[in-house]
Design a protein around this ligand. Structure first.
Ligand SMILES: NC(=O)C1=CN([C@@H]2O[C@H](COP(=O)(O)OP(=O)(O)OC[C@H]3O[C@@H](n4cnc5c(N)ncnc54)[C@H](O)[C@@H]3O)[C@@H](O)[C@H]2O)C=CC1
Ligand SMILES: O=C(O)C(=O)CO
Length: 319
């Protein structure tokens, strides 16, 4: 008898066929309030599940005694309780590496667009407000030669640092769980305490996983330690930051601006004060969202899932 798989994100046709040919599949393009009960019911007999962008609670999995593997189409695994997976001996697969460069590109887009006020001033042109030569009121700040502070120097952090060092001549400070000697040699990056980084960096960029140790790691105290000219960049996870404190720091001009791809609540509620601030560039969680990269992520997640269900070594296990 075929093993059963629950898919909870729309997959490219060729990958859907690959799963369909080997497994008995329940399809959910996405899970909403309307089909949530059907999704949970489908999990009850599932051996594997694959998808993204949905918190998977232990309660959902309690009713899934046959489950062996969850394969998330993301590198971040914060939608799962890792301890629960360990205790039940379940596998959790993810997609590191294939999205590193696309996400680093997005982070650079945030750095440049916030510093040079690209979104705000493109809106100014489109609104027909460009009547003469622009003046100081529209000037931005330099990116090249400024100090980049990276909190989190893993795969994506290192890819951002390479762009900054080779392309923009930026001195690099970083803070990480442990020093990364290879990156230090290649990019002349300097390992410093979080406090030193916050005080010295012109751009403070988070590239961390969301874990109990990183949740709300950046709050009022940390914004207070940054330069008033600092630009804060977050494309990691919104909950690493105390968003109310960030809003206050931006309103009070404790910092100069922020480039954000992630938020405490996503989609970002339309009433968020972040949307009223001209010194904020807000993107809809598009770090890895290119055609090529999303396809590579889906391919890797399907490969992970199939390997797990066949009892073969899984290329990328988080647990
Ligand atoms: N906006 C988006 O679309 C995307 C967001 N992400 C986020 O980026 C995160 C990082 O991805 P990768 O670079 O591939 O992961 P990675 O595991 O290669 O790098 C994370 C780094 O953070 C460090 N770290 C962890 N906890 C720390 C702490 N408490 N203090 C200091 N350093 C700490 C680790 O030592 C590691 O070097 C993902 O977990 C995900 O949440 C990833 C891809 C796309
Ligand atoms: O992979 C992740 O963790 C993302 O946030 C989306 O690519």
């Amino acid at each position: 008898m075929k093993q059963r798989v629950v898919v909870y994100k729309k997959l490219p046709e060729a990958l859907a066929q690959r799963l369909q040919s080997e497994f008995d599949v329940s399809w959910f393009d996405r899970v909403t309030e309307a089909n949530r009960a059907d999704f949970i019911a489908a999990l009850k007999t599932a051996h594997g599940m694959i998808g993204a962008s949905l918190p998977i609670t232990n309660a959902m999995l309690e009713g899934a005694p046959e489950l062996k593997i969850a394969s998330t189409i993301s590198v971040g695994v914060d939608n799962f309780d890792l301890e629960y997976f360990r205790q039940r001996g379940l596998m959790l697969a993810h997609t590191p590496g294939v999205l590193t460069e696309a996400t680093a590109d997005t982070i650079f887009a945030l750095i440049l667009s916030t510093a040079r006020r690209v979104v705000e001033l493109a809106g100014y042109v489109k609104a027909g407000q460009w009547k003469g030569s622009i003046g100081e009121a529209q000037f931005g700040v330099n990116v090249h030669g400024k100090t980049l502070g990276l909190i989190g120097m893993g795969r994506i952090g290192s890819a951002v640092a390479r762009r900054a060092h080779h392309g923009f001549g930026m001195p690099i400070l970083y803070h990480n769980t442990r020093p990364n000697p290879e990156t230090e040699r290649e990019l002349d990056a300097r390992y410093v305490s979080k406090e030193e980084l916050l005080a010295q960096a012109d751009f403070v960029c988070l590239m961390l996983p969301l874990t109990p140790a990183t949740e709300r790691m950046i709050g009022a105290r940390e914004f207070g330690m940054m330069k008033r000219s600092a630009i804060f960049i977050n494309a990691s996870r919104g909950r690493i930051v105390d968003e109310a404190a960030l809003i206050r720091a931006l309103q009070d001009k404790t910092i100069y601006g922020a480039g954000l791809d992630v938020f405490e609540v996503e989609p970002l509620p339309v009433e968020s004060p972040l949307l009223t601030l001209s010194n904020v560039v807000a993107l809809p969680h598009i770090g890895s969202a290119t055609h090529e990269t999303r396809l590579a992520m889906a391919e890797l997640a399907v490969t992970n899932l199939i390997a797990g269900l066949r009892g073969e070594p899984v290329p990328h296990l988080a647990v």
